[in-house]
Design a binder for this molecule. Structure first.
Ligand SMILES: [Zn+2]
Length: 398
């Protein structure tokens, strides 16, 4: 997804807001239908049935019928997708969308001529029932756009994001494998020893955010002042998100260019994020600890980084089981929980090897992946002897 700033005219803005309203309305209807469902009852309607109901609803409600059927149907499809994610256990159950907070809609079956370049800095996209809407051509629009999503941020900015899977980046052909560990102390550590950090807000911006949050707490509900403070907060948050997304794009491109194989932890982020609190019957363990970790995971956008890597380096991303990668010494292979001295230090209890904890873990991830690759290819990797297990030191250091 590459995001561009939309610049609708006031009239277009009203039409876009209407699309958003319809998408939200249809989505919330779907949520309500599923909320009534209880175990033992007949199943809640699926996508096909909901589409049929939508046709009926459109016949009965002229205001709904006046809107775009694509927008409304896509909202149902998005909902079906969200339910599928929920049943797969990777996401939370879809919830209500609130006006002003979750505004957006999706358009599919985009034709080749529906996105065009106007001038060096300007482009336009054809939106059903709205017409041609201009957007800032801040970077090249990917070829073969199949769908796009229009969103409105809480601060009032409109964006369009075109979905096209990026062109794969050719492997450098050096045979190098890199391990990437999602850190807490740093955003990501590479087995090369490089530590990567997601740029967030600057200190001055953080201070400003804190001050705004305090102001918000004092501002009366529904007051003008409150609205302004909210908008300023939303702007700061949007800046943070932009920086994070930009970092993910640059980092994934860099890794795909520099290394033949990229090893990452196979970690189901959502499951980790979700399980902390537990249920009333089975309260979660380490709730506080995980809450901190959650912030780290979300802040570093790990899931998105892996997805982008898979797009840019298809077939070259290896996911490995992260079990014990943080407790195992990369030099001697000794595994002990006490070797992880602190969040950022690793000191082997057996051989005394010291390293940045995340880098040590990244090297374990790399070596595990190299092992997997050997198994997958049924032969030695990159000319290494087949009995390479005890020779960790001889592995390519990527
Ligand atoms: Zn050791």
């Amino acid at each position: 997804m590459s995001r561009y700033r939309l610049q609708p005219t006031p009239a277009q803005e009203a039409a876009l807001a209407e699309h958003c309203g319809h998408a939200r309305f249809v989505w919330n209807l779907a949520v309500e239908q599923h909320a009534h469902w209880r175990p033992g009852r007949k199943g809640a309607p699926g996508f096909a049935e909901q589409c049929r109901q939508l046709t009926e609803a459109r016949a009965d409600n002229p205001w709904l019928a006046a809107g775009s059927v694509t927008v409304q149907q896509q909202a149902l499809r998005d909902f079906a997708q969200a339910m599928a994610h929920f049943f797969a256990g990777t996401h939370r159950q879809p919830t209500w969308r609130k006006a002003g907070r979750h505004e957006g809609f999706r358009i599919i079956a985009v034709k080749a001529g529906d996105v065009r370049h106007l001038s060096r800095r300007m482009g336009e996209v054809k939106i059903p029932k709205v017409g041609w809407v201009r957007f800032r051509w801040s970077r090249a629009v990917p070829d073969g756009v199949k769908s796009y999503r229009v969103t409105r941020e809480a601060c009032g900015r409109w964006h369009v994001a075109f979905a096209a899977i990026p062109e794969p980046i050719p492997a450098p052909g050096t045979g190098e494998v890199v391990g990437v560990d999602r850190g807490v102390a740093v955003s990501a550590a590479l087995s090369t020893g490089q530590l990567l950090n997601v740029p967030g807000l600057r200190e001055t911006e953080k201070t400003r955010l804190l001050r705004l949050l305090r102001k918000l707490a004092r501002a009366r509900r529904g007051s003008n002042r409150r609205g302004k403070v909210k908008q300023a907060i939303a702007q700061l948050r949007a800046r943070e998100t932009d920086r994070r997304k930009d970092w993910i794009e640059k980092t994934s491109t860099g890794l795909a260019r520099r290394f033949d194989m990229i090893a990452v932890e196979d970690l189901n982020i959502s499951n980790m994020s979700r399980s902390a609190r537990g249920t009333r019957a089975v309260p979660g363990r380490n709730v506080r600890q995980k809450a901190g970790l959650n912030r780290g995971i979300l802040a570093s956008g790990w899931g998105r980084l892996v997805t982008r890597l898979e797009h840019k380096a298809p077939g070259r991303v290896v996911k490995v089981n992260p079990r014990y990668t943080s407790q195992t010494c990369n030099v001697c292979g000794h595994r002990a929980a006490e070797s992880r001295e602190s969040q950022s230090r690793f000191a082997c209890a057996a051989c005394g090897h010291q390293a940045h904890a995340d880098v040590n873990a990244a090297r374990n991830v790399r070596d595990t992946a190299a092992g997997h690759a050997v198994a997958a290819r049924g032969g030695p990797l990159l000319g290494e002897p087949a009995n390479r297990e005890p020779q960790r030191g001889r592995l390519l250091v990527g």
